[in-house]
Unconditional design. Structure first.
Length: 275
């Protein structure tokens, strides 16, 4: 990636310094909040049931409106009541931003917005996700997916058995603020995952110690991924984008005990394991 550093301030302050600040391009991991409905009552109820009211620690999120089926109305004529269907009515972005911020998420951009929605997004301090940095990041994701698909096709052609997915093994405790990501495979942790730590895997997560931080399995959408731990005490659990936070108390048969977490449809299930 090209470094877009720019100098600020005069050069007469010394060659070893570029001024009081620098502007540099950066890439961040962003959550995507993909809406399927513009009905705020339905959205708020579903959010409360599936994501709770906190525990995200102000993580950045992009609001994606590209899949929303919007309601439509015709402008009224000569005092008559509005008639249906003459162009999409805008999504209530302000209410969506308030909903996410109430759960300690930080909306930073909007995607798939109409011109009217984009104007409101700018008023709310949100960027346009179609801007160059975000579009470039999306292009990189598409390229990675393309390469993986090609690999699988080649394996079928030469009739070779698929190589086992790589497994990342961590044998030291993970402290608050530490994050581990097992790209393309499973993650095995042999020590405690403390409060404020985060473990992420594209496959399943196996923790042979207490899980007290966040665990995110199936990070690229693998709904068959699972989370296993010898002591379930999490701040957040997630599989393939389906979340459960500490705001929802754990059932007594799994709280602080050996357990596994898996998906059934769009619902996270927690099941005790033999001690």
């Amino acid at each position: 990636m090209v470094d877009t550093t720019r100098e600020s301030g005069g050069r007469n302050k010394g060659a070893s310094r570029a001024g009081a600040f620098e502007l540099k391009s950066r890439r961040f991991n962003l959550l995507g909040f993909l809406l399927h409905s513009a009905d705020m009552a339905e959205l708020a109820a579903d959010w409360s049931a599936r994501a709770g009211q906190g525990g995200f620690e102000h993580e950045p999120v992009v609001i994606d409106l590209s899949s929303v089926q919007r309601a439509s109305v015709t402008p009224p004529l000569d005092g008559q009541a509005p008639l249906a269907l003459d162009g999409p009515a805008p999504v209530d972005l302000r209410a969506i931003v308030e909903l996410l911020r109430a759960s300690q998420l930080q909306p930073v951009a909007v995607a798939g917005a109409s011109a009217e929605e984009l104007a409101l997004a700018h008023e709310l301090g949100l960027a346009d996700a179609a801007s160059e940095p975000v579009a470039a990041a999306a292009a990189e994701v598409r390229e990675v997916v393309r390469e993986i698909v090609v690999e699988k096709i080649i394996e079928k052609v030469v009739e070779k058995p698929g190589a086992p997915a790589p497994t990342l093994v961590i044998d030291k405790p993970l402290r608050s603020g530490q994050q581990v990501y097992a790209k393309g495979g499973d993650l095995v942790v042999l020590a405690v995952v403390s409060h404020g730590a985060e473990v992420i895997a594209d496959g399943s997560i196996h923790i042979y110690a207490p899980l007290r931080g966040k665990a995110i399995a199936g990070a690229r959408g693998d709904t068959s991924a699972r989370i296993y731990t010898r002591s379930l005490e999490p701040e957040l659990l997630a599989i393939a984008g389906i979340y459960r936070t500490a705001e929802n108390p754990l059932p007594a048969d799994v709280a602080g005990k050996p357990a596994q977490v898996y998906l059934e449809g769009e619902k996270l299930l927690l099941q005790p394991l033999p001690a």
